[in-house]
Ligand binder design. Structure first.
Ligand code: SF4
Length: 492
């Protein structure tokens, strides 16, 4: 879900980690007396996918109930009165991330509307690449938009469909949108889950006794004790009613192309994504990195938390000891927004501190999962030198990010990406490391058990490394090197 608003960005860059950020997580549960409370727990487990706002919509057999708040799930949805207001045995919820400094409640999801057929709530993880184009044409035809999100376009398309059954209306809407979406929806009779034709963003189906559950990741099933049933497939709509579950395909079946960054950074390490343990894949990426880019060093140090599994893998493969040479403070929140300039200059030290005893006088291999702008890397390399490291060899367990995302991930403009216009040596100099190496594109596929990337039919969506966007980017003109393929052309 992406905002098209021009809300001014407050300058949080000093506080934000230099990372790509997932923009949303979704959760839904059908046929459980504690639907709202379990949805709050599920959203809490998905909090890493979005920290700006959260919302839940429930249905009690007669009425829909909506609670949408700016802030963390735990700030609002642990309150008994809030959960008690969310009556009913079915609920859907959403967490969102945004760098927009002025979060607007009307954009917080799930969005809810009254249609001809009754109420409809929807939560979206991903980004539609033709939403502006569709929105413009809908507005010309008289549509009045209530939010500035791309997700609202789906509601308008469903509302305007002349099909008879709700699921047909919904599918007709999906056939008009392009881009990435994992959706959870709720009507007075049904819970609905859907994934885009490539399955770029994840969505899983679970069971808790007689209740069905939908969630962005399996960690949200685990927190409520639900069992994993299966993934919602790419190009599939699942419709859950009191009678059971139906599956509808709206494009021909073809192999999914999940966003590869779910393995590198977005998903929680304890989640199982696409049948693989995220933790195991990250460790394997570290092993592969050690094979591709060994370093003459004394100790392997992760940049916590996300660099830890890859550093364990690197250490195991290289035989170099693993040490926590950097300690992360987990309690830095947005309460630190906009302090004085000289405090801001302390920058990364708010989040990361050197564990001097583990790095002093040592040649260290510093492991991170990815580099976006490189600004955090600069500070951390300097921090290691200040703590007495004699050499700092930086190793990144994913390839250089050269292209921006258009599928629901917060990325800076292409010219702000460290790797977009620099050689490896220029990047090394910028970061200030003694050596620098990235995992190769084939290497990341090898870490997942393939021989390498299948260039003819790539196994994942990986365009931040390759520039190959799997869908059309109708709302924007891409740089000439982007291969803009219609998904239907690719399916065909
Ligand atoms: S650019 Fe593509 S591969 Fe990279 S994070 Fe976005 S969807 Fe994933």
């Amino acid at each position: 879900m992406t905002e098209h608003a021009s809300a001014a960005k407050s300058d949080l860059s000093w506080l934000e980690e230099d990372r790509l950020h997932e923009e949303c997580g979704v959760f839904g549960i059908f046929n459980h007396p504690d639907a709202a409370a379990l949805t709050a727990l599920g959203l809490h487990a998905l909090q890493h996918r979005g920290q700006e706002a959260a919302g839940i919509v429930s249905f009690d057999g007669n009425h829909f109930h909506t609670e949408r708040r700016v802030g963390l799930v735990g700030d609002h949805f642990t309150s008994r009165p809030v959960i008690e207001r969310l009556k009913g045995d079915m609920a859907v919820g959403h967490v969102r991330y945004s760098t927009c400094g002025d979060p607007v409640l009307r954009n917080v999801q799930p969005l809810f509307v009254d249609l001809d057929s009754g109420g409809f709530a929807i939560g979206h993880n991903g980004n539609l690449t033709n939403a502006l184009t569709l929105r413009e044409s809908l507005i010309k035809k008289g549509a009045i938009c209530q939010s500035t999100t791309d997700t609202e376009v789906i509601l308008h398309l469903v509302a305007r469909s002349e099909k008879q059954r709700f699921v047909e209306k919904f599918i007709e809407a999906l056939l008009q949108v392009e881009g990435a979406y994992a959706l959870v929806g709720l009507t007075h009779k049904k819970m609905i889950g859907a994934r885009d034709p490539f399955g770029i963003r994840p969505l899983v189906l679970g069971k808790l006794g007689d209740a069905w559950v939908l969630a962005s990741e399996t960690c949200a099933l685990d927190i409520i004790g639900a069992e994993f049933v299966r993934e919602v497939e790419n190009g599939e709509v699942v419709v859950i009613t009191r009678e059971g579950i139906e599956s509808h395909r709206f494009v021909p079946k073809f192999p999914a192309r999940l966003c590869i960054f779910e393995y590198i950074y977005f998903s929680r390490p304890d989640s199982i994504v696409g049948g693989r343990s995220v933790y195991d894949v990250r460790k394997e990426m570290g092993r592969q990195l050690a094979r591709e880019a060994p370093a003459d060093a004394d100790v392997v140090v992760p940049i916590p938390d996300s660099g830890v599994p890859a550093a364990i893998g690197y250490s195991q493969e290289s035989g170099l000891p693993f040490e926590y040479g950097i300690i992360r403070n987990h309690y830095v929140g947005r309460t630190f927004i906009e302090p004085e300039q000289r405090i801001r200059q302390l920058g990364v030290k708010l989040k990361h501190s050197a564990n001097e005893g583990q790095v002093k006088g040592k040649r260290i291999v510093l492991i991170d999962d990815s580099v976006v702008r490189g600004t955090t890397s600069v500070k951390i390399v300097q921090m290691m030198r200040d703590a007495g490291a004699s050499e700092v060899h930086m190793r990144i367990s994913s390839p250089p990010i050269t292209h921006p995302d258009f599928y629901g991930i917060d990325t800076p403009d292409q010219d702000k990406l460290l790797a977009a216009h620099r050689t490896l040596e220029e990047m090394r100099q910028f970061i200030g490391a003694d050596s620098l190496a990235f995992l190769s594109v084939d290497g990341i596929y090898r870490a997942m058990g393939y021989e390498g990337r299948d260039d003819a039919h790539p196994q994942f969506t990986d365009h931040c490394f390759t520039g190959e966007y799997p869908t059309r980017l109708r709302d924007r003109e891409g740089p000439p090197q982007q291969k803009q393929l219609s998904f239907l052309a690719e399916v065909g």
